[in-house]
Write a protein that binds this ligand. Structure first.
Ligand code: SF4
Length: 188
């Protein structure tokens, strides 16, 4: 019996028609998010002048970043059509299959809306904290870090998400992120 095929078939009727990602591609697709977490941590270290509190804040932020990915794997991915397939662009879907069983795909939109706000502060906290420090005492290195963080977090991460997954996702019609984008472009 082909175990791999069996895994891919489990709970996902779309897998055969979708693009599949190699481990190398999954790694590349995780780079913008990983870079965002490292840049966010660097903002705390530089902003707090490499003090103990800077390193503590950076460590907490990194743990939050890792915890955020686990949160998505546990509370969102089991409801996704890409769960336990190689069509999940970042590989979360297959890790999720080791953590939870498949859940009803028709609840994906509800789960997405409920749980995405848990990780949204990852995008905001470094910018807000960094600017608070810049306003109190201007620093070019910190300002550059904030700008690079913002470019990665608000441009590169969404572009990667949409380019590698959302476009061909069978759940795009029920996805709040894609609905928002369609409205912005006056579609649908
Ligand atoms: S596409 Fe997104 S929601 Fe779906 S399994 Fe992958 S990471 Fe999870």
């Amino acid at each position: 019996m082909d175990t791999k095929a069996s895994e891919n078939d489990q709970g996902n009727e779309y897998s055969a028609a979708l693009r599949e990602y190699s481990h190398a591609q999954e790694l590349v697709n995780n780079l913008p998010y990983g870079l965002m977490i490292l840049l966010g941590a660097a903002i705390f270290v530089v902003g707090l002048a490499s003090s103990v509190w800077g390193w503590i804040a950076a460590s907490v932020y990194v743990m939050y970043g890792v915890g955020g990915t686990l949160w998505i794997m546990v509370f969102v991915c089991p409801y996704c059509a890409y769960w336990n397939t190689r069509s999940c662009p970042c590989g979360y879907g297959r890790v999720s299959a080791r953590l939870r069983d498949k859940q009803a795909s028709d609840r994906f939109k509800e789960k997405f809306k409920r749980h995405i706000p848990v990780i949204v502060p990852l995008w905001l906290i470094p910018v807000l904290a960094g600017f608070a420090v810049v306003v109190r005492g201007f620093s070019w290195p910190l300002l550059v870090l904030i700008v690079v963080f913002a470019l990665d977090a608000f441009v590169l991460v969404p572009v990667f998400s949409r380019k590698h997954g959302c476009v061909s996702c069978p759940q795009r019609d029920s996805c709040p992120w894609m609905s928002q984008k369609r409205n912005e472009h006056g579609e649908g």
